[in-house]
Design a binder for this molecule. Structure first.
Ligand code: FES
Ligand SMILES: [Fe+2]
Length: 364
């Protein structure tokens, strides 16, 4: 696979920041035209909370009625962080000179009450699936990503996890399962079964679809879900870019060829925080047709959510090792399992970062 010339084209593009450590990384200007999940709703109380999407910080707070609101975390006066301030009578108050703002960003200066043009930039906030989502003020609610839980899946829970690596490194890791035996310890196959992988990947204009099948490695957690020796692990996922997210479905095929009763689904939103950190927001749902476990689905939710958490934790623990992977694939000896990575990088640029498609790379 040839990518010669791509890096050169990129280096001439405005908007790319040259960082000696991280090679060339994109600026995230404009990504808040998409909705991003930023904070568990229950984590926002009386105090403002700072969240970051792309290159920008935002101050979340609750107005007088308890409705969540978000402003750019930069006071229009002298740029103090509003998230370091406090909420008084539903108005977010800057800790420096007391300018204060309502949920629409309309500002007042206590020392100069006649001052106009002292508004802060307000964002739109939505609450869905237990999380607060933010987007630019002109974003439409209809563009909130599709429902993450729908019948026959039952919502199990959600959590955040920090990945100390740039967005493209996190995305690459979640675009292939070839790393499974070496990075993971429970779901998936043993290194000795790596040659038995069955694999399919398809590229589309707006997404990639990938499927892996391989013998499930043995383990206690697997036995709890009725997965003994001979079960086949099946992982299918779809990756989209408005915003960046991967929708995983994990199932097993039992030795007789019948599907296992448990189907796990994890929708993972990858929210960039500056150039070198990505915050995952993960929504887990499941379906279990087992006669006993299906009655216990709610009770088993912590176990199901915990299983996905531990798998993601394996990835989060590993990715700092590869955090300096360059943006360009130039010079890498890519294999068939890397095909979705290359397509995802193009979609990341075109859809999420809103860049023009690059000149076609010369073929070898
Ligand atoms: S910097 Fe916020 S009031 Fe002065
Ligand atoms: Fe992984």
């Amino acid at each position: 696979m040839a990518h010669g010339g791509a890096a050169a084209v990129r280096s001439r593009n405005a908007g790319y920041i040259h960082c000696p450590l991280m090679n060339e990384l994109p600026a995230y200007e404009g990504v808040t035209r998409f909705w991003h999940p930023v904070l568990a709703a229950r984590a926002l109380g009386k105090k403002p909370v700072r969240v970051t999407v792309g290159d920008k910080d935002f101050a979340l707070f609750r107005d007088e009625r308890g409705t969540p609101a978000a402003l750019l975390d930069r006071c229009p006066h002298r740029f103090a962080p509003l998230s370091a301030g406090f909420v008084d009578a539903g108005r977010l108050t800057c800790p420096y000179h007391g300018w204060n703002f309502d949920s629409h960003g309309h500002g007042r200066s206590p020392s100069q009450p006649s001052l106009t043009r002292c508004d802060a930039r307000a964002m739109k906030v939505a609450e869905r699936a237990g999380y607060l989502w933010i987007a630019d003020a002109d974003a439409r609610e209809e563009t909130l990503p599709e429902a993450t839980f729908s019948s026959p899946f039952e919502y199990m829970g959600a959590y955040s996890m920090r990945f100390e690596c740039p967005l493209h490194v996190a995305l690459d890791n979640f675009s292939e399962d070839e790393h499974t035996p070496w990075v993971h310890t429970r779901l998936g196959w043993l290194a000795s079964d790596a040659p038995k992988i069955e694999y399919a990947a398809h590229n589309f204009e707006d997404r990639t679809e990938v499927e892996y099948r391989a013998p499930q490695r043995p383990g206690l957690a697997m036995r709890l879900f009725g997965l003994g020796p001979g079960a086949l692990f099946v992982n299918k996922w779809v990756t989209r870019f408005d915003p960046v997210r991967t929708d995983y479905t994990i199932t097993h095929v039992l030795p007789g060829g019948s599907p296992s009763s448990l189907v796990l689904r994890a929708v993972i939103f990858m929210v960039p925080e500056g150039k070198t950190r990505t915050h995952f927001r993960v929504f887990v749902s499941a379906r279990d047709t087992h006669p006993l476990r299906s009655k216990l689905t709610r009770a088993l939710a912590p176990l199901v959510v915990g299983l996905t958490y531990k798998e993601l934790w394996d990835d989060a623990r590993f990715v700092p090792t590869v955090a300096r992977t360059p943006w360009s694939f130039e010079g890498m000896r890519l294999g068939k399992y890397d095909k979705p990575l290359v397509h995802n990088r193009k979609l990341l640029e075109r859809i999420y970062l809103s860049r023009r498609p690059e000149a076609a790379p010369p073929s070898e």
